[in-house]
Design a protein around this ligand. Structure first.
Ligand code: KIV
Ligand code: ZN
Length: 391
């Protein structure tokens, strides 16, 4: 495998927007799409054009605004869907149709009441039909995570023959373990005869909290596109989080894989998506959570203040975060307290800090976080007492 770039396919505006209450209007979608493009995303999945007139309009408008990234529209393996997606993508500089069908026996039997052979035929027909409209067609084998591997390999080979440029292997239900998902991709890389004619893509859901781990396992095994969303939003427990895969690949250079993402955009875009979709980011979320660079226990604070790399593997400025934070709580230690007093302009010696630390703990036990105004009161009172006894 000579090309080690991992293409970042962002589906915040499609899979992410499927979250109840996250619906965006066209203007909001354009705003997010512009920042995604600036940040260096390779593919923006703008929506599912046949699903509603509003989604059609959004895909059409994003197609007109986006200059460099590929703009993608989702369809079922249905001719009408494909025609509508092609119409919505008409103005895109690099249009992609993303079509597909269920590939696991559960989907084949219960969703489609069909046989594997019938699914294969529909997949090939849809891919070939989509190729009549655009040169770039991605095929998704829905629920590939639970699909029979030999059937999946036949399906992948057939859609590549029909013209698919990218084949998406979704773990739709978030079922796989990382080694299982990685093995699945490796099997396809090694057993599909025409695999060199297409890119394999990871699309992992987070039902067991494994979406990011599975996507990375897929990339290590040979997939060269990862489908993800900002803040990991998406159906049910969400999708692979864009910021996590990008930073994992950046931090682990030894993997030899890289993306084109400008990482300093990660926190600002996280905030933008959270605000426009009105979905708060959990405080302990990797890379973009409020506490991602906050240090609260005394042991950690002491180490961090001596050398930041003792407790931080990422520099906050590299991901556009405001900075590291020392949070003062009842678990904090003397060095963090002295450091904060220093920042507030009070240069106390070691004895002073010992006395103040006992008073600080009384305040800290009564509230979640000790704030600067609490420390100012403690400091002023201490300075006054010291002056009164002539210290
Ligand atoms: O999770 C999934 O399988 C999907 C497909 C439509 C790509 O979102
Ligand atoms: Zn999905």
């Amino acid at each position: 495998m000579t090309n080690n770039k991992i293409y970042i396919f962002d589906t915040t505006l499609r899979d992410g927007e499927q979250v109840p209450g996250c619906k965006l209007n066209t203007a909001e979608k354009i705003e997010v799409a512009k920042v995604l493009e600036e940040m260096g995303v390779d593919v923006i999945e703008a929506g599912f054009p046949i699903s509603s007139p509003g989604d059609f309009e959004s895909v059409e408008a994003i197609s007109a605004h986006v200059k460099n990234a590929t703009v993608c529209g989702l369809t079922r393996a249905v001719e009408k869907d494909i025609e509508v997606a092609a119409a919505a993508l008409k103005k895109a500089k690099r249009p992609r149709i993303h079509t597909g069908i269920g590939s696991s026996d559960i989907h084949i039997k219960h969703k489609f009441n069909a046989t594997r052979e019938e699914i294969l035929e529909r997949a090939v027909k849809a891919t070939a039909y989509a190729r009549r409209f655009v040169d770039d067609v991605e095929f998704f084998a829905e629920d590939a995570g639970r699909a029979d591997i030999q059937f999946l390999a036949r399906l992948v080979e057939a859609v590549i023959k029909a013209g698919a440029t990218v084949v998406n292997i979704p773990d739709t239900t978030g079922y796989c373990l990382p080694n299982q998902y990685g093995d699945k991709i490796a099997y396809l890389v090694n057993n599909v005869p025409n695999i060199d004619k297409a890119i394999l893509s990871c699309h992992c859901h987070n039902d067991l909290g494994l979406a990011t781990a599975n996507s990375i396992a897929g990339a290590i095994a040979g997939a060269r596109q990862i489908e993800c969303t900002i803040n990991g939003i998406g159906e049910r427990a969400g999708n692979t989080s864009l910021e996590e895969v990008v930073m994992i690949l950046k931090q682990h250079e030894s993997l030899g894989l890289y993306t084109g993402i400008k990482t300093e955009y990660l926190n600002p875009i996280s905030q933008l998506v959270s605000d426009t979709m009105r979905v708060p980011v959990q405080p302990n979320k990797a890379i973009v959570g409020l506490n991602a660079f906050a240090h609260s226990s005394g042991i950690h604070q002491d180490g961090f203040l001596k050398h930041s790399e003792t407790y931080e593997i990422i520099r906050p400025e590299d991901v556009g975060a405001a900075g590291s934070k020392i949070v003062l709580t009842a678990r904090s230690g003397r060095s963090a307290l002295a450091h904060r007093f220093h920042k507030l302009g009070h240069l106390f010696n070691r004895n002073d800090v010992d006395v103040l630390y006992e008073r600080f703990l009384v305040v800290a036990d009564s509230k979640k976080e000790v704030e600067d105004h609490d420390l100012q009161s403690l400091a002023h009172q201490y300075v006054q007492e010291s002056a009164a006894v002539g210290v």
